[in-house]
Design a protein. Structure first.
Length: 77
């Protein structure tokens, strides 16, 4: 997870080639980055979007892959 957060901190922010979307999204980026969220309860109270439809198209319900995704989603809750 630490590697993913480090990468996220490097790529987030304003992009002049996508000015409208990144300008609006930039207000949700913590001033001091996402590293501070790297703690056991760092996501507590946060909303996380999960693209279930995308996963279910590739991995039918009941398969090992679908069950693994679901287990990870439940852990995040």
């Amino acid at each position: 997870m630490a590697d993913a957060v480090t990468l996220l901190d490097l790529i987030v922010g304003f992009d002049p080639l996508d000015a409208n979307a990144t300008k609006d999204a930039s207000r949700f980026i913590p001033f001091d980055g996402f590293q501070k969220s790297l703690k056991e309860d760092g996501l507590r109270g946060k909303r996380v979007g999960i693209l279930r439809h995308s996963f279910s198209n590739n991995y039918p319900k009941g398969t090992m892959e679908a069950n693994t995704f679901e287990a990870h989603f439940q852990t995040m809750r």
